[in-house]
Design a protein around this ligand. Structure first.
Ligand SMILES: [Zn+2]
Length: 283
C-alpha cells in the first residue's frame, strides 16, 4: 500500500488510492474521509465518511472503520451513501452488528444530489450525480466566507469596528467557493455533466490509465478516465490544484510521475499532483 499526503492550500489530502484495490482519501481539516476501500489508521479518525459507490475497492472496509471507531470509543460516524444504496448498506451494517452482537451506532445518511448538508464553519456538502458504470455519487464541498466591501477597504480596524456597530453585516458580502470536489470513479463526461468541477479550488479526479499500455477504450469499459482524455481537455481546467488518483496497478508510483511529467502540457503540469506514495507527490 502506498499512502500519500499532500498539502494544497488550506487542506491536506492524504490516504491511498489504487484502481481496483483500495481507495480511501482523507481531508483531516474537515474530518472527511472519501471512500473506505481500505481502513487506514488515519481514516478511522475522520468523523464523516462519504462513500461514492459500491465497488469493493471504495467501500469494502466500511465495517472495519465502524468497528475500529467503536473500539476506540469514538463518537458515531456520519456515513453518507447514495440514495440507491442506502438500504442495502444499512442491511450490511445490521448483519455485521448481529454477527458481533452489538451496535456500531453509525449515523447512515442518504446523500441526495443537490440537497445540501451543512458541516458548520461555513462549509457545505453538495452531493452530485456521478458518472460511472454503477450508480455513483460525487461530492462537492463549498465554503462560504464574508469579504469586506471595496468601499470600506481603506478604513482602519477601529473605524471598521465602529461602523460594524452601526450597520452590522452590511460591511461585508458573502463569497462562495467550491473548495474541494471529488469525482469518485468516473467517465470523463463527469466534467460535462458538472462543469463547476473545473472551477473547484482542488479537484480530486480519477485517472486510472496513463498511456498506451491500456487505451481509452479499456478505460471506458470500466467506467474510468484515461490521461488522453484529460490532455484533450487541458485548456478547460481552471482549478488551482488537480489531484489525479486511482492509478492502475500496472503503473508504479515512479512510472506515474515519469508519464505525467512527459505527457502533461506545462500549464496543467504546474497544477497537477499525483496521488501516489512517492516523495512529495507533486509534479
Ligand atoms: Zn468503481
Amino acid at each position: 500500500m502506498h499512502s500519500c499526503s499532500l498539502k494544497l492550500g488550506h487542506y491536506t489530502i492524504r490516504g491511498t488510492s489504487t484502481a481496483g484495490v483500495e481507495t480511501s482519501i482523507q481531508v483531516p481539516e474537515l474530518s472527511i474521509c472519501f471512500d473506505i476501500g481500505t481502513c487506514l489508521r488515519t481514516s478511522i479518525r475522520m468523523n464523516r465518511l462519504l462513500i461514492t459507490h459500491a465497488h469493493p475497492d471504495h467501500f469494502g472496509s466500511l465495517i472495519s472503520y465502524l468497528g475500529a471507531r467503536l473500539l476506540y470509543g469514538m463518537k458515531p460516524a456520519d456515513v453518507y451513501v447514495g440514495l440507491e444504496s442506502v438500504d442495502q448498506i444499512q442491511q450490511l451494517i445490521e448483519i455485521a452488528e448481529s454477527l458481533q452482537g452489538y451496535s456500531f451506532g453509525a449515523n447512515l445518511v442518504a446523500a441526495i444530489p443537490g440537497v445540501p448538508v451543512r458541516f458548520g464553519g461555513g462549509m457545505t456538502l453538495y452531493p452530485y450525480v456521478g458518472n460511472h458504470c454503477i450508480p455513483t455519487t460525487g461530492y462537492a464541498i463549498w465554503s462560504e466566507s464574508k469579504k469586506l466591501k471595496a468601499e470600506y477597504s481603506h478604513l482602519t480596524g477601529p473605524e471598521l469596528a465602529h461602523l460594524r456597530h452601526q450597520i452590522g453585516d452590511q460591511l461585508t458580502y458573502p463569497v462562495r467557493r467550491l473548495a474541494i470536489a471529488y469525482s469518485g470513479d468516473s467517465f470523463i463526461e463527469i466534467l460535462d455533466d458538472h462543469p463547476e468541477l473545473l472551477e473547484a479550488q482542488t479537484l480530486l479526479l480519477e485517472c486510472s490509465f496513463l498511456d498506451n499500455k491500456k487505451d481509452r477504450s479499456t478505460a471506458r469499459a470500466g467506467g474510468h478516465i484515461h490521461l488522453d482524455e484529460i490532455i484533450e481537455r487541458a485548456d478547460t481546467f481552471r482549478n488551482q490544484h488537480i489531484v489525479l488518483l486511482h492509478f492502475s496497478q500496472i503503473y508504479t508510483p515512479a512510472d506515474v510521475h515519469v508519464i505525467l511529467q512527459k505527457r502533461l502540457p506545462d500549464h496543467l503540469k504546474a497544477r497537477v499532483s499525483a496521488f501516489t506514495g512517492q516523495g512529495n507527490d507533486s509534479q
